[in-house]
Design a protein around this ligand. Structure first.
Ligand SMILES: Cc1cc2nc3c(=O)[nH]c(=O)nc-3n(C[C@H](O)[C@H](O)[C@H](O)COP(=O)(O)OP(=O)(O)OC[C@H]3O[C@@H](n4cnc5c(N)ncnc54)[C@H](O)[C@@H]3O)c2cc1C
Length: 375
């Protein structure tokens, strides 16, 4: 088997690997290795496609704010059409959840970003919300639906136009240190590189184990989504995304139908996640309790993995115990909306540069994401 040499190998061509690789290809020789035949096969191709600046931990919210400009006005050579379409996010509360809504709105960067609404005002935005269930809400107007495929393909195209390579059907099965950096093996290829970037999504700890690097305790969690018919004779397209304030369920319009999720978070091994009947039933039951929707038919359903470390913030930076091994993992349920900032951040940190000013201005701090924050 022939050995190729390069500067950087990125393992995983999901949205995390693609955005970082495209940024790094401006200055370095980059090869991205993807195990599957198409790069969006796992979490990236299975998301609910929400952009919200008030969703997730404080470091996630900072990365999301720093991603906003790119998503709303991507460079003209990146994509042809718009990447996002504005859609408000309505965080609803029942009487029992009023304290949770208050706590949510009390966070210093969340309060100013939302409008408090009464139950009646919330029903004005989404007519199926039940009067006896929804008593208050917080409305975020700056959120949006993301065209995930357009965004992901944009970075993969950019990678190639900058001289980088994407190799599909290339599962990394061996990873070892060399005097210069790393030797990376797939069944067909052997590559020597100075730096390895672990962007393997739910498998990021598996890759670390393969490399003999200390793992970060990544836990993949299954989340289910389904598409059902929208109510007849109701204009649903302009509805916001409706999210239970405790994330027990959410729903939003999806191409003339409705996307529902039970907000499940079932710990699992890294795998090709499949939906369970019980989670589908829970989603339907919870949405029917809060709304007048009657679900008669499930058009399709799927599940994907949202992978977290203990503090639910991503892990970005060089491993303290292995020179040249760079973590880009733990994006959880926010890897789409944070990808523009995350790609630029990973690229800067992998090159030994500080956090770029345009990210630091939104509160992105490398310290919050560093891999050595775990005991
Ligand atoms: C139901 C659901 C709803 C979601 N909703 C949202 C949302 O609304 N907004 C949002 O921002 N995020 C959302 N997310 C989260 C988002 O999808 C993820 O955070 C993001 O896709 C993670 O991207 P990734 O590139 O890290 O992982 P992935 O897309 O899983 O990519 C990792 C890649 O690594 C590859 N790989 C693994 N092992 C190897 C190996 N040994 N060799 C080579 N390649 C390997 C895999 O094949 C995979 O393609 C949601 C997720 C789910 C499941």
């Amino acid at each position: 088997m022939k050995t190729e040499t390069t500067d950087i190998v990125v393992i995983g061509a999901g949205i995390a690997g693609a955005s970082a690789a495209a940024a790094l290809a401006q200055t370095h020789r980059v090869i991205v290795l993807e195990r599957e035949s198409f790069p969006g096969m796992h979490s990236t191709g299975r998301s609910a496609a929400l952009f919200s600046e008030i969703y997730g931990s404080a470091p996630i919210r900072a990365l999301s704010r720093a991603s906003r400009d790119f998503l709303y006005s991507p460079p003209s050579d990146f994509v042809d059409g718009p990447v996002v379409r504005k859609r408000g996010a309505l965080h609803i509360a029942s009487t029992a959840q009023l304290a949770a809504l208050d706590t949510f709105c009390a966070l210093p960067d969340i309060g100013p970003a939302v409008q408090r609404l009464t139950g009646q005002e919330a029903r004005g935005l989404c007519s199926i919300l039940k009067e006896e269930y929804v008593v208050a809400a917080a409305f975020e107007t700056g959120s949006a639906d993301v065209d995930v495929d357009l965004l992901h393909q944009g970075w993969l195209r950019q990678l190639k136009s900058r001289g980088g390579q994407l190799v599909i059907d290339a599962a990394v099965v061996g990873l070892g240190r060399t005097s210069r950096g790393w030797r990376i093996e797939t069944p067909q290829l052997r590559i020597e590189a100075d730096v390895v970037i672990d962007a393997a999504g739910a498998w990021a700890d598996v890759i670390a184990e393969l490399a003999g690097v200390k793992t970060v305790g990544l836990q993949p969690n299954r989340r289910t989504a389904l598409i059902v018919d929208a109510p007849a004779h109701v204009q649903t397209d302009l509805w916001p995304m409706v999210i239970d304030v405790d994330e027990q369920f959410y729903f939003r319009p999806d191409a003339g139908a409705l996307l529902l999720s039970p907000g499940d978070e079932t710990p699992t091994e890294p795998c090709d996640a499949q939906p369970e009947e019980l989670d589908i039933a829970i989603a339907v039951d919870r949405v029917q309790q809060a709304t007048t929707l009657e679900v008669r038919r499930i058009r399709r359903s799927w599940a994907g993995l949202r992978s977290y470390v203990a503090d639910r913030s991503p892990v970005v930076g060089y491993a303290p115990d292995a020179p040249g091994f760079f973590w880009l993992a733990g994006q959880g349920g926010y890897g789409i909306q944070t990808a523009p900032a995350m790609g630029r951040l990973a690229s800067a940190l992998a090159k030994g540069e500080p956090v770029p000013d345009e990210l630091a201005a939104f509160g992105v701090v490398a310290h919050d994401l560093r891999p050595d924050r775990f005991p």
